[in-house]
Write a protein that binds this ligand. Structure first.
Ligand code: COI
Length: 356
């Protein structure tokens, strides 16, 4: 597989590249994309880079009906020396294969996928924005393409990588977001698909997000699906609390996504000798810490948002304002350090950055 040649068709109709202040998140796509097919009995084949364009798919393709699909989110950055850095891309392709396991999709060759991604980014390098807070968001994904209506793992798949220059994920940017604690809906349960990055998890989150949006909250805080008591994730991010000097995040329990930013934050805190614990945390415990004046900071972590400070929780008709609704000192230091490493401005003692 590693020896497969990637055929490249250059796009002769280049699009205008948007200005940094127009970017938003996921609205613009570069001039090329990567595609590779899977056919049962043959494996992955025909890797190619082609002009970015709509796909032609049979309406009976299994992905449209039974959502057998996985995706990843990662970023590339342009340094001040015009070098391109990827952040821990090996971890994303590894997680893609973990998601593939859960969704009965055949593994991809992780090294080959990284090589294909590098070739794609080289072609669309001019699209990587350099303004502070911007990056090139990378979306690898796999869809089941067998034209068939029976429920079984597909015999055909398409692996695609598209690229999108982005600014901040939330309109709030680094300003704290307001979160409603979700009581009626659950994201997933242990044994479900919560640890996989698959579209269905996000589809099932929309109703709660829509309802909380109507009452002024940008995202929801998910509690566990069994007892509705323990904290799992926030919106499409992992969550951290700083309580009385200690940083706490829910342990990976079989329904929480193993975030790569989550892991990086834990490693960074350990490196700084800041106490950090992964364990079960109940909403009651957070309320108690708040009432005792010990809830110092809260923030979400994810590739898209990096760090998103939380300024307010809404739970059982009560508003809990964290750190006067302002970004906390530690959250800011983590954001500056992590984005500094990603942009090549700060030293990377972990070997996370990969040069193109
Ligand atoms: C990411 O943080 O990259 C994600 O995949 C979340 C997303 C749904 C934008």
């Amino acid at each position: 597989m590693k020896d497969l040649q990637i055929e490249t068709i250059i796009n002769q109709n280049r699009k205008p590249i948007p200005e940094a202040d127009q970017l938003g998140f996921g609205q613009y796509f570069t001039d090329h994309m990567f595609l590779m097919d899977y056919t049962e009995g043959q494996g992955w084949h025909d890797p190619r880079i082609v002009p970015y364009q709509p796909l032609q798919l049979d309406p009976s393709c299994m992905v449209f009906h039974y959502a057998q699909t996985v995706f990843e989110g990662m970023k590339a950055y342009l340094t001040k020396d015009e070098e391109v850095l990827l952040f821990r891309p090996d971890q994303n392709f590894k997680r893609l294969n973990n998601s593939n396991d859960r969704l009965c999709i055949p593994h991809i060759d992780e090294e080959f996928a990284l090589e294909a991604l590098k070739q794609l980014i080289k072609l669309d390098r001019d699209w990587i924005p350099s303004a502070p807070g911007t990056s090139l968001y990378i979306r690898p994904f796999i869809i089941s393409t067998e034209p068939h209506l029976g429920v079984h793992p597909s015999h055909n798949y398409l692996f695609i990588i598209i690229l999108s220059p982005v600014g901040s994920y939330y309109k709030e940017g680094l300003n704290p977001v307001k979160i409603a604690v979700e009581k009626n809906y659950v994201r997933t349960v242990v044994g479900g698909t919560g640890t996989a990055k698959t579209g269905g998890n996000y589809a099932s989150s929309l109703k709660a997000q829509e309802e909380s949006g109507k009452v002024g909250y940008s995202q929801v805080l998910w509690l566990d699906g069994r007892e509705n008591k323990y904290i799992e994730e926030v919106g499409s991010m992992n969550i951290f609390f700083k309580v009385n000097g200690e940083v706490i995040t829910p342990a990976l329990n079989g329904s929480i996504l193993a975030g790569i930013t989550r892991d990086s934050i834990i490693q960074l805190l350990k490196h700084w000798n800041v106490p950090v614990t992964e364990r079960k945390i109940s909403m009651d415990e957070v309320i108690q810490a708040y009432r005792d004046g010990l809830l110092e900071e809260a923030f979400g972590t994810g590739t898209a948002a990096v760090i998103s400070p939380i300024g307010e929780f809404f739970y059982q008709d009560e508003k809990m304002v964290v750190n006067n609704g302002e970004i906390g000192k530690l959250s800011k230091e983590l954001y500056d350090t992590l984005t500094g490493i990603q942009n090549g401005i700060k030293q990377d003692p972990f070997g996370w950055s990969v040069k193109l």
